[in-house]
Design a protein around this ligand. Structure first.
Ligand code: FES
Length: 109
């Protein structure tokens, strides 16, 4: 069972147990992390934007073109940004650390 650590914009760390096959967004929502996910994983909002720790970014599957296009509209974009709804966790990602951006752009509003 992978463990994911969310780092909130104020520096607080939250360690959460993920089930194999859950996305970062799924886990965040289950634990009440401030990740809105307003389009529920349809890649239409970018409110699930997370900044993946540098050591972990290269271990993820490469983002699709659709994900990259949506990320371009995310607030606070970095080179290790991903959409939390598109990153599926597994045991190989046990210990992954992701930062929450300080704000989101919600394109669904
Ligand atoms: Fe909308 Fe991820 S939940 S893009």
């Amino acid at each position: 069972m992978p463990i994911i650590t969310f780092i909130e914009p104020d520096g607080r760390r939250r360690e959460c147990d993920a089930a194999d096959g859950e996305t970062i967004l799924d886990v965040g929502q289950r634990f009440g992390i401030d990740l809105e996910g307003s389009c529920e994983g349809c890649m239409a909002c970018s409110t699930c934007h997370v900044i993946v720790g540098e050591d972990w970014f290269s271990k993820l599957e490469v983002a699709s073109e659709e994900e990259d296009d949506m990320l371009d509209m995310a607030y606070d974009l970095t080179k290790t940004s991903r959409l939390g709804c598109q990153v599926v966790l597994n045991d190989g990602l046990d210990g992954i650390v992701v930062n929450l951006p300080s704000a989101h752009h919600n394109l669904m509003d």
